[in-house]
Design a protein around this ligand. Sequence first.
Ligand code: ATP
Ligand code: MG
Length: 421
Amino acid sequence: MRYSSNFAKTLKNAPADAETTNARLLQQAGFVDQLMAGVYSYLPLGLRVLRKIENIVREEMNTLGANEVLMPILHPKAIWEATGAWNNVDVLFKLQSRTGNEYAIGQSEEEVVTPLVMQRAQSYKQYPLAVYQIHWKYRDELRAKSGIMRGREFFMKDMYSFHTTQEDFERFYQNAKEAYLRIFSRLGLTAKVTEASGGNFSEKISYEFEVLTDAGEDVVYYCDACDFCVEDEIAKQKPGDTCPRCSKDVLHEAKAAEVGNVFDLGKKYGKDFDLSYTDEQGEKQYPIMGCYGIGISRVMGVIVEKYNDEKGMMWPKSVAPFAVHLVSIVGKNVDGTVAATAERLYDDLVVVGVEVLWDDREDVSAGAKFADADLIGIPLRLVVSEKTLAESEVEWKERSASEASRVSLAEIIEKVRSFQL
Ligand code: ATP
Ligand code: MG
């Protein structure tokens, strides 16, 4: 992409009301725009990041064998009454039509997915099965002050699984947890599997995937010697107590952001809708269900919270909007060789599949372009100027490094390709 064609360029200053690092940097860099508290537009650079996160999540869900679907956001009141959630879920947005019909806006989709699947899975032979979607969710959150980490509208992956036995559910639950850990590690995040309460959904404990960050709203107690981690709300221990799992260290307290969770829903939803299947003996049975969420837009905010410095964002390669930020500094170059070389390099990189953002603006100073590149946070910056061309070279500067180096024009494509891997 030529930066000149991006309508959403960096801003001189972050909006004054941006209270968190992710809100400040994402808005200043032109990745998102706030329409109102908790509701954002994703601009070209931000949308590319969101899509990359989404695709990593999708790949791992497909590896689990789940079917991708897209379910409605606008729901009839009746399905939310069937589960008791119409009156019990305080974050549910409700609206009324001209004719007086009432609707809910999806905050989660058990009410839609249970009838959708159960009407098609009436024999035990069709189990187990899992479906998922990646879609917008709406919640009437009281506080929406953590930038894109807590939206009233936000992007979520939600998966639902259906099983005939508890053992089969446990097997899938374990596979899903492992898939989650792979996802977060591909996203550059260390997520702790944390014991938590089942919340609205379930009497049993659930597992939350928590990333330690002061921008998070949860408090966890964790052990450094093993992977034990528990939500403060359900912990039987206090910070400073010996780890109940390994006894090798004491528990530490930290703030954390929940990036995903998995719940054992038991038979609640089958029973609420009285939707069952027939087992091998011809008896009617309710399925055991699990649900599995990942906050895709929240993850994007958490990545910014973990990867930034005083100059801006520092995207991990797996989710960076582009792999290379190419900067051409035309200055007083009258014969046009700088622009022509930059254009050729841009074309040559794009042809071999490298994603390049080329800052091709000619009326912007080198200093301003470098400041924008640092703010935007693409992992590798390449600079073409009269100075580098005099040596048939390109300047090479990684966002996470303090020093720049030079690479010859003859070797640059190969070097970029191996840097990408
Ligand atoms: P929280 O405790 O943070 O409100 P939750 O327990 O309500 O989260 P779920 O209903 O299980 O979350 O949703 C699944 C995932 O969606 C969460 O793990 C989180 O990553 C994300 N999520 C939940 N609420 C929001 C929100 N308001 N904005 C952005 N992401 C959210
Ligand atoms: Mg919530």
